[in-house]
Design a protein around this ligand. Structure first.
Ligand code: DTR
Ligand code: CA
Ligand code: ZN
Ligand code: ZN
Length: 434
C-alpha cells in the first residue's frame, strides 16, 4: 500500500529529523526498590569448572603456580570479566623463581571508601587439576561477578573480586596483594569474603567464625534454606582470608571440608558418609567428578547473598526507558533505515532479558527484516525477512539477551523492506532497562 503524499512527506521529514531526535525519553523512574541477590545458576558454575578442567588437561594436568595451566586459568577468568564490563588488573609477583599472578576485578561504581571484596585462590597443587580446591571457589565468585553485570546491580559499596596465585605455597599471592595495599587502601575495606573448597564431594557446611556480621550473613542464608551449619574450626591461617585478617580487615567465608573425616553426628546432620569430606584433596582425582552439585549450588547462592547483602542493597532505576518516536520511512524494496536511541547513565552490561519494543506501520510485514544493533555494531535479528506473511504492522516487544553488550551507547533499530509494492514506516523504538 502506498503512503498518502501527506503521510509520506511527514515520514521523509521524520527520517531527516530522526537522527537529531535520537535519544532517550527519560521515563519517570518507579519508586526506588531494594535489590535482592539473584539465584546463581549452578550449571554456569559447573561450566566454568569444566573449562578449568580443560585448561588443566591441556597443560600437564594441573593449574599450579609457575606452570602454564595457571596463567591460562588467569587469562580465562580475565576474559570473561572484561567482556562483562569489569575493570581488571593482573598483578605479577615472583615466588620460587616463577612469575605468579593475581587477578583483581573492580565493578565500576559504589562508594570507593567502602570496599566489599570476595576472593578465591585460582592455583592448584601440581598433582592435579584442583577443581574443588579451588576451582569451586573461583568459579562461584566468577559467576557471582557475572550475575552482578547481568543484573546491572548498583551497590552502595564498591565491589571487588580477587583470584589469588600461589595459595598452595603459603598464601603467597594474597599476602603480596595485601602487603602492597597502602594503609589508606586497607582502611577502605568493609570486609573480605574467602571461598576455598566449597563443592566437596562429601560436603559439610562450614562458616568461618571471624567477623560476626559476615558470619551471621552466611548463617542467615543457610538457615533460610534449612541447611544447618557449623563453625569452621581449622580455618584460621589455612587460606587467603588470613592475609586480610592479619592486617585488621574483617573476614569471613565458607568451606565444605578437605581431608578431615566427617563424624557420624555430621553424617546425621548433612548426609554423606563418615569418610573424608574430600578424599581427593590435593590429589590427581580432584577433577570435575569430585564435586557435589548441591553443595556447589548452595554455596554459590550464599556467595551472591552475602555480596548483595554486605554491599548494601541500593536503588536500581527500574524501568528506565530509552525511546525514539520519530517516524522513519522504510523505502519499498530498498536500503535499510534506522531509528536510534542513546543509552546513558547505566553501569556495566545490558541485561540478558532486554525488552525491545518495536512499532512499525506496514501493509505486508513479510517484506521486512528487523534487527537490533548494539553500540558495538553487533546485530540481533528480531524478525527475519519472509516471516509474518501479509499481516499488517508490527507492534511487538522482543526480548534480547544483550548481556554481552555494554549498556551505554547508541542502539539502533534497523529495518529493511526486501520486496516491492507494500511499504511503511518505523513509528517507534523503545528499550527498557530493568
Ligand atoms: N588450605 C586450603 C584448604 C583448607 C584446609 N582447611 C581449610 C579451612 C578453611 C579454608 C581452606 C582450608 C588449601 O589447600 O587450599
Ligand atoms: Ca543457584
Ligand atoms: Zn589446597
Ligand atoms: Zn584451597
Amino acid at each position: 500500500m502506498k503512503l498518502s503524499a501527506h503521510r509520506r512527506a511527514l515520514a521523509l521529514a521524520g527520517t531527516a529529523v530522526a537522527a537529531l531526535l535520537a535519544g532517550a525519553v527519560p521515563a519517570a523512574t518507579a519508586e526506588q526498590a531494594t535489590v535482592a541477590a539473584p539465584d546463581i545458576p549452578v550449571a554456569n558454575v559447573k561450566q566454568h569448572l569444566a573449562d578449568l578442567q580443560s585448561i588443566a588437561s591441556a597443560n600437564g594436568g594441573n593449574r599450579a603456580h609457575g606452570r602454564t595451566g595457571y596463567k591460562a586459568s588467569i587469562d580465562f577468568v580475565k576474559a570473561k570479566l572484561d567482556a562483562a564490563g569489569f575493570t581488571t588488573t593482573v598483578q605479577q609477583f615472583t615466588y620460587n623463581g616463577s612469575t605468579g599472578y593475581n587477578l583483581i576485578a573492580d565493578w565500576p561504581g559504589g562508594d570507593p571508601n567502602q570496599v566489599v571484596m570476595a576472593g578465591s585462590h585460582l592455583d592448584s597443587v601440581t598433582s592435579g587439576p584442583g577443581i574443588n580446591d579451588n576451582g569451586s571457589g573461583s568459579a562461584a565468585i566468577l559467576e557471582t561477578a557475572l550475575a552482578v553485570s547481568r543484573s546491572g546491580y548498583q551497590p552502595t559499596k564498591h565491589l571487588r573480586f580477587g583470584w589469588w596465585g600461589a595459595e598452595e605455597l603459603g598464601l603467597v599471592g594474597s599476602k603480596y596483594y595485601v602487603n602492597n595495599l597502602p594503609a589508606t587502601e586497607r582502611a577502605k575495606f568493609s570486609g573480605y569474603l574467602n571461598f576455598d573448597m566449597i563443592g566437596s564431594p562429601n560436603p559439610g557446611y562450614f562458616v568461618y567464625d571471624d567477623d560476626p556480621v559476615i558470619e551471621q550473613t552466611f548463617k542467615n542464608y543457610f538457615a533460610g534454606i534449612g541447611v544447618p551449619t557449623e563453625i569452621e574450626t581449622e580455618g584460621d591461617g589455612r587460606s587467603d582470608h588470613a592475609s586480610f585478617k592479619n592486617v585488621g580487615i574483617p573476614v569471613g567465608g565458607l568451606f565444605t571440608g578437605a581431608s578431615r573425616v566427617k563424624t557420624s553426628a555430621q553424617v546425621q546432620k548433612w548426609g554423606g558418609t563418615a569418610t573424608a569430606f574430600d578424599r581427593c584433596y590435593h590429589s590427581s582425582c580432584d577433577t570435575t567428578s569430585n564435586i557435589n552439585d548441591t553443595a556447589l549450588d548452595r554455596n554459590s547462592d550464599a556467595v551472591a547473598h552475602a555480596i548483595w547483602t554486605l554491599s548494601g542493597t541500593t536503588t536500581q532505576p527500574p524501568g528506565t526507558v530509552f525511546e525514539n518516536t520519530a517516524d522513519v520511512s522504510i523505502p519499498d524494496n530498498g536500503s535499510a533505515v534506522t531509528s536510534a536511541v542513546t543509552v546513558t547513565g547505566r553501569t556495566g552490561n545490558a541485561p540478558s532479558n532486554l525488552p525491545v519494543a518495536v512499532n512499525i506501520v506496514h501493509t505486508y510485514i513479510g517484506d521486512l527484516q528487523v534487527q537490533l544493533v548494539a553500540p558495538d555494531g553487533t546485530a540481533y535479528t528480531l524478525k527475519a525477512y519472509g516471516t509474518g506473511g501479509s499481516a499488517d504492522n508490527i507492534n511487538t516487544t522482543y526480548t534480547v539477551n544483550a548481556s554481552s553488550e555494554v549498556a551505554n551507547g547508541t542502539w539502533l533499530l534497523r529495518v529493511q523492506d526486501n520486496a516491492a509494492v507494500d511499504t511503511g514506516y518505523i513509528n517507534s523504538f523503545k528499550l527498557t532497562f530493568p
